[in-house]
Ligand binder design. Structure first.
Ligand code: ADP
Ligand code: MG
Length: 726
C-alpha cells in the first residue's frame, strides 16, 4: 500500500464507491487527510437527563424496546426504538430502515440533533454505532471519539473504521507516510513528524494531541500552498516579456498635463513603481489595493499611457458594463483629441480608446474588434467580452483588471494569453485584503497599496436606522436626503432586489452573509421598483428620480448613468449595480434599504460611492434587525469604522475560509482544510518565508522529493477539479 493506492483496493467496493462519489476521497492519501470535524468526549457524553431540543449531541445508551409498524401516510415502515442510560430514556425514530442488530440489550452510541415529538425528546435518524463486543469496541471506549465529515452512505463510524484500517494495516505508519518536511524545518518550528501527527489527529488521547497534530498538518497545507505560489512567481519571472519604457512627449505627458488635480504622494510612489517595472522585460504581476476612492483608475491610466507610448496596447477589464462604459468615457474625456486618432478632430499623434462589451451590435463589434486586431486601438476597455475568442490584439502590452475580486485567476490568465508574449499585468481591488489573504489567494502577485485618499475629501458619516426600534428615523432620513438635493447634491437609494417578477433573486448575493437561523421566514427583501414607486408618491415626491438595475438593457443603463453623472437626475434607486467603481463626485447621500441583506465588504463598497468630491457624505443603513442582534451589531460595526482593512477582517469572520479561497480562485481546489486565514497569520508568514528560501536555492526542491510530491499532488487535484468542471 502507498499513499496513491486507490481506496477500492483497500476497502470494500461499496464503501470505496461511497467515499469517492460522495466525499471525493479516492486514494489512501485522501482518506488520511480527511480529518475529523470534531471530537465527541466520552467524559462529556450527554446524559439523557440534560438534553435540550436543538442540541447536537452523542449519547451512549442501551436499547430497551424496538417496535416496527407500517406508516400511515406513506409507504414503508417506521421503527421506534427506546433507549436508556440508566437515568432516563428517549425515543429514536427510523423511517424505512431495518437494523438487524438493533435489539433490546444492545449498547450503542447515537448522534444527532435532539428534537421533540408530542412533548417527548427524540432523535430522528440518528447516526449510530452499535457496540458489538468484538474487537472494535475500543473505538467507542476512547476518551475522544472522532466525528468525521460524513455523507448519506458513508457514516462517521465507517470512516473511523476505515481510517483505523489504514493506520493499523500499514504496520508501521512511518513506512507508508514518508515525512515530506525537511528535518531542519521541523526542528526549527518544533513540529511533530507526519506519521505522529496523522495518528494523533485520527486517534487522539488528549485535546493537546489534537492541537499539536493540527499545527503540524496546518504547516503542510501552508507550505504546499506557498511552494506552489512561489513556483508560480518564479516561473512568471522567467517568462520573456517586453519592456515598455517611458517616453517623453507622448500620451503619458498629455495625461499628466490634462489631470485636473495633483497626484497624491501615494499615487506618485506607486506610479514610479509601475513605471520602473514596465520598463523591464520580465512581465509585471502586481496587485494594487487601495481604499475605495483612493484614485486607482488614474494610476492605471498612466501605466496604460506609458505602454501605448512604447508602441503597445493596453486592455482594461471591468466587471460590469456600467463600469466599463464609465471608464471609457472618463479616459476619452481626459485624452481629448489624443484619444480620437483617425477621426476628423482627432490628433494623428494620439491613439484610439475602444469600448468592447457584450451588448455591442454585430457591426459595431466587428469594427471594435478590427481596431483592436490592427492595433489602431491603443486603449481597449471592456467587460468579459474582451475574453472571448475572436478578440485578438496586435500587440498587447498591459492587462489591467479592475475590481479583481469579481474575477477569478482563470479570467486573468485568459486575457494574459491574448498577448503574443506575456503582457504586464496589474490587478486592482478596492476590497482591502487582509495580510493572510494577500499571502494566499493573491500569493503569486506583488502588492502595492494606496492608503491615502486625495485630500479635500469630506469623508462619509454613517449611521444605522433601526426601523423597528426607531420608526421616526426613516422619515428623518428622507428629510436629510431632500436637504442634500436642495443644496444641489445627489443621492443613491440601494435595494437588494429588482422587484416585479415573482421570486426574483437578489441582484447579487456576492459576499452576502449567511441567513441567520430562525429568520428564514422573513418577508422578501425590498425591491427597487416598489421602493422607487413608494418614494415618488411619498417622501421624495417632486424630486427627479430614476431606477437602475441589471434587468435593463445596457443602453438604458448607460443612459440613466449618464443623466445621473450630468446632474439631470437627483435620486438613483438602484441595486448593487452601483456597487463597484461608479464615480459621480456630486453624490453625497446613500440610503441602503434592508442593509442587513448585504455583506460587510459590499456595504463598504456601496458607501464608497458617496463623498467622492469635496462635499461630506452621509450613508444610512436601514434595517429591521434589532440593534442587539448579531446582524444589528455587524451593521453598527460597519457604521462605526471606515477603515477598509478592519472591515475586511470582519467580513472574513462572517465567511468561511473555503468561501474566500473558493470565490477568489473560482473553484480551484486549494488543499486547505485546517488552515484558518483568520487565526494562522503567523504560521502562514513563516511557511511563506520557508517556501521562498527553499526555492531560492540552486537545487530547488530536488533534495526534497517528498515536498515536490505534495506540490504535485495539489496540482493534480487542481487539474482534476478542472477536468470535472470542463
Ligand atoms: P477608486 O480607487 O475607488 O477606483 P477612482 O479612481 O474612481 O477611485 O477615483 C475616485 C475619484 O477621485 C475620481 O473622481 C477621481 O477623478 C478622483 N481623484 C483621483 N485622484 C485624485 C487626486 N489625486 N486628487 C483629487 N481627486 C482625485
Ligand atoms: Mg475604481
Amino acid at each position: 500500500m502507498t499513499l496513491e493506492t486507490p481506496l477500492a483496493k483497500v476497502l470494500g467496493p461499496k464503501t470505496a464507491t461511497g467515499m469517492a462519489d460522495q466525499l471525493g476521497l479516492h486514494t489512501v492519501r485522501h482518506l488520511l487527510r480527511h480529518y475529523p470535524r470534531r471530537y465527541a468526549r466520552r467524559g462529556e457524553m450527554a446524559r439523557l437527563d440534560d438534553l435540550q431540543p436543538g442540541d447536537r449531541v452523542t449519547v451512549l445508551a442501551q436499547v430497551k424496546t424496538v417496535s416496527t409498524r407500517p406508516m400511515r401516510q406513506r409507504r414503508g415502515t417506521l421503527t421506534e426504538v427506546t433507549v436508556g442510560d440508566g437515568a432516563s430514556t428517549m425515543k429514536l425514530v427510523f423511517f424505512s430502515h431495518r437494523h438487524a442488530r438493533l435489539a433490546p440489550g444492545v449498547w450503542g452510541m447515537f448522534a444527532g440533533t435532539v428534537g421533540t415529538y408530542q412533548g417527548k425528546l427524540q432523535f430522528t435518524h440518528p447516526d449510530m454505532h452499535l457496540l458489538s463486543g468484538d474487537d472494535d469496541d475500543d473505538d467507542w471506549a476512547r476518551e475522544l471519539v472522532p466525528i468525521y465529515p460524513a455523507s448519506k452512505d458513508v457514516s462517521s463510524w465507517v470512516i473511523q473504521k476505515s481510517v483505523k484500517l489504514l493506520l493499523g494495516g500499514a504496520g508501521n505508519l512511518a513506512d507508508l507516510v514518508a515525512d515530506p518536511l525537511p528535518e531542519e524545518i521541523r526542528t526549527r518550528h518544533a513540529l511533530l513528524s507526519l506519521p505522529a501527527a496523522l495518528l494523533d489527529i485520527h486517534r487522539p488521547t488528549t485535546a493537546q494531541d489534537v492541537e499539536r497534530a493540527e499545527r503540524r498538518l496546518k504547516w503542510d497545507e501552508a507550505l504546499t500552498l506557498q511552494l506552489t505560489l512561489a513556483a508560480r512567481r518564479r516561473a512568471a519571472a522567467l517568462e520573456p516579456g517586453t519592456a515598455r519604457p517611458r517616453k517623453a512627449g507622448g500620451l503619458l505627458d498629455a495625461v499628466d498635463a490634462a489631470l485636473p488635480f495633483a497626484l497624491t504622494d501615494g499615487q506618485r510612489a506607486v506610479g514610479e513603481e509601475l513605471a520602473a517595472e514596465l520598463d523591464r522585460d520580465q512581465p509585471m504581476h502586481r496587485l494594487l489595493q487601495g481604499e475605495v476612492g483612493s484614485g486607482k483608475t488614474v494610476v492605471a491610466l498612466r501605466a496604460m499611457a506609458q505602454v501605448v507610448d512604447a508602441g503597445g496596447q493596453a486592455a482594461l477589464l471591468a466587471p460590469t458594463e456600467v463600469l466599463a462604459a464609465q471608464h471609457a468615457r472618463g479616459i476619452r474625456a481626459l485624452l481629448g483629441p489624443l484619444g480620437r486618432a483617425g477621426e476628423l478632430d482627432g490628433d494623428p499623434a494620439g491613439t484610439r480608446v475602444t469600448l468592447l462589451t457584450g451588448s455591442l451590435k454585430a457591426a459595431a463589434r466587428r469594427e471594435a474588434r478590427a481596431e483592436v486586431a490592427e492595433g489602431r486601438a491603443g486603449i481597449v476597455v471592456g467587460t468579459h467580452a474582451l475574453l472571448q475568442e475572436g478578440v485578438d490584439f496586435a500587440d498587447l502590452g498591459l492587462v489591467v483588471v479592475d475590481e479583481q475580486h469579481r474575477f477569478g485567476v482563470e479570467q486573468r490568465d485568459a486575457l494574459r494569453a491574448k498577448g503574443s508574449r506575456p503582457p504586464h499585468v496589474l490587478v486592482m481591488t478596492a476590497t482591502p485584503i487582509p495580510r493572510t489573504v494577500a499571502m494566499t489567494v493573491y500569493g503569486d502577485l506583488e502588492v502595492s497599496t494606496l492608503r491615502q485618499l486625495p485630500s479635500g475629501r469630506g469623508g462619509v458619516a454613517s449611521s444605522v436606522v433601526p426601523v423597528v426600534e426607531k420608526p421616526g428615523w426613516l422619515d428623518r432620513a428622507w428629510e436629510r436626503l431632500r436637504e442634500e438635493v436642495a443644496a444641489g447634491r445627489q443621492a443613491y437609494v440601494v435595494c437588494p432586489r429588482i422587484g416585479d417578477l415573482p421570486g426574483d433573486e437578489p441582484e447579487d448575493a456576492d459576499g452576502a452573509p449567511p441567513e441567520e437561523e430562525g429568520r428564514s421566514d422573513r418577508r422578501p427583501p425590498l425591491a427597487v421598483l416598489d421602493v422607487a414607486e413608494a418614494l415618488r408618491a411619498g417622501p421624495l415626491a417632486g424630486l427627479r428620480l430614476e431606477v437602475l438595475h441589471g434587468r435593463m438593457t445596457p443602453e438604458e443603463k448607460d443612459g440613466v448613468m449618464r443623466a445621473f453623472a450630468d446632474g439631470a437626475t437627483d435620486v438613483l434607486v438602484a441595486t448593487t449595480v452601483v456597487e463597484v467603481g461608479v464615480d459621480v463626485p456630486n453624490a453625497t447621500v446613500m440610503v441602503v434599504m434592508d442593509a442587513d441583506r448585504f455583506g460587510v465588504s459590499q456595504l463598504h463598497q456601496l458607501r464608497g460611492r458617496v463623498a467622492r468630491g469635496k462635499h461630506a457624505g452621509l450613508c444610512l443603513l436601514v434595517s429591521d434587525a434589532p440593534t442587539s442582534s448579531p446582524t444589528g451589531q455587524r451593521l453598527a460595526a460597519v457604521a462605526a469604522t471606515s477603515d477598509g482593512f478592519e472591515l475586511a477582517r470582519l467580513d472574513l469572520e462572517t465567511r468561511r475560509e473555503g468561501d474566500v479561497l473558493g470565490a477568489a480562485q473560482s473553484g480551484r481546489r486549494s488543499g486547505i482544510k485546517l488552515l484558518s486565514l483568520l487565526e494562522d497569520e503567523e504560521l502562514i508568514a513563516e511557511a511563506r518565508a520557508e517556501a521562498t528560501a527553499l526555492l531560492a536555492t540552486e537545487r530547488g526542491l530536488a533534495d526534497h522529493p517528498g515536498l515536490a510530491a505534495e506540490v504535485a499532488a495539489l496540482a493534480s487535484d487542481e487539474r482534476a477539479e478542472w477536468l470535472e468542471k470542463a
